[in-house]
Design a protein around this ligand. Structure first.
Ligand code: SAH
Ligand code: SF4
Length: 354
């Protein structure tokens, strides 16, 4: 079977076999640890107009917010105090140099605060959209060392059909190149079940990730947000997003055994077993949410976001035979291998602690 046939095969036994194979490989190579990123959605202000997203700038009926520096530092401290040593800072796409300066200052302060009393330093992932080379460099120097920028689809036509003309796949690829050159651990990914998306598109996405030699992968089902243009799309939807996402995860894990791969919140939102099955299908990262409760409703990329508290995450992951990994950065092994460096479970080589 080629990848397209594996994805389109509707036989549930085939999915079960694929997940079994993936679990064996994963336990042999990575073990049963699941890394954590404390997720801080620090702003829902966005300059883009992606057709699928509830934060798009034309969506005027949401309350826009932006957390203050001290609020973010407080959340970082909460995460660290329970042994979560990596943060993911996410927002709408940043529009100004002043905002980049703000994020750089916060990143620097997170490191300073953690180093002050000799407690372990924090790993920091950013996911704040397309920026210039110099801005990515500035944030790296401030101490961010991972970056997530999904391509949404590696197919130029499908990309075009879900974005305004001002956004292009070429530009995303340029950004991914810049991030890699600067030295970041680089993550990308796609949505699964988009209107007009075919099995061939998804198979090509998997090959694209391998060709780009990525360190981290974030894939989740597309969930329509009723107040977005894509929710009204009449283009056909081929696939069952839940089982297709599990297959995409499993195939990605088999093709890229040493990357980090997140079990997305979107997968957990569309199915009660999304977390457990996502981990069994090869996911080794989860993102417990630290965004203050008052703002969570305003950070609605799609309808009905489900976020689990840490206890629930813990229980579900243990019941699937896996373990949450506390007190570690949980860097992707792939990053060290592609740079010919010895793997360190705790500190990124370019980020100086203390
Ligand atoms: N603004 C940044 C980060 C926030 S959006 C960025 O775009 O990179 C993070 C991700 O949410 C996007 O990459 C997209 O894949 C996902 N997303 C947005 N709308 C979605 C929807 N309706 N269903 C599922 N995922 C969605
Ligand atoms: Fe903005 Fe990201 Fe949503 Fe696009 S996906 S509208 S860039 S928050």
């Amino acid at each position: 079977m080629d990848i397209t046939e594996m994805l389109s095969c509707g036989n549930p036994d085939y999915l079960a076999t694929l997940i079994d194979r993936t679990e064996k490989l994963r336990l042999d190579t990575l073990g049963n640890q699941v890394y954590m990123r404390g997720l801080i959605e620090f702003s829902n202000i966005c300059r883009c107009d992606c057709f699928y997203c509830g934060l798009r700038k034309s969506h005027t009926s949401i309350r826009r917010y932006h957390l203050k520096r001290d609020q973010i530092l407080h959340l970082a401290e909460m995460a660290r105090s329970i042994g979560i040593y990596s943060l993911a800072m996410q927002s709408g796409e940043i529009a100004s140099q002043a905002e980049v300066d703000f994020v750089a200052e916060v990143v620097r302060s997170v490191h300073e605060e953690s180093n002050r009393d000799g407690s372990p330093d924090m790993g920091i992932t950013l996911s704040i959209g397309e920026l210039s080379y110099a801005q990515y460099q500035q944030l790296y120097e401030a101490g961010a060392h991972r970056y997530l920028l999904r391509v949404e689809s590696s197919n130029p036509d499908l990309f075009r059909s879900i974005h305004p003309v001002s956004q292009s796949l070429e530009r995303r690829l340029e950004c991914l190149n810049a991030l890699k050159e600067i030295g970041y651990q680089v993550g990308t990914g796609v949505m699964i079940g988009l209107p007009g998306q075919t099995w061939e598109h998804l198979a090509a996405d998997l090959n694209f990730f391998v060709e780009r030699d990525i360190d981290m992968l974030g894939m989740g089902p597309y969930i329509p947000h009723p107040r977005t243009p894509l929710a009204r799309s009449t283009a056909g939807v081929l696939i069952d997003p839940y089982t297709t996402t599990l297959k995409m995860l499993a195939l990605a894990r088999l093709m890229m055994p040493d990357i980090n791969m997140v079990v997305s919140t979107a997968l957990q939102t569309i199915h009660p077993e999304g977390l457990k099955m996502g981990v069994k299908a090869g996911g080794n990262v989860v993102m417990p949410i630290f965004t203050p409760v008052d703002y969570r409703m305003d950070y609605s990329l799609y309808a009905g976001t489900q976020s689990k508290n840490l206890d629930a995450l813990h229980q579900e992951i243990e019941s699937a035979g896996y373990q949450l990994a506390f007190n570690t950065w949980g860097d992707p092994q792939h990053y060290y291998r592609r740079r010919n460096l010895p793997y360190s479970d705790h500190h990124h080589p370019d980020v100086r602690a203390g």
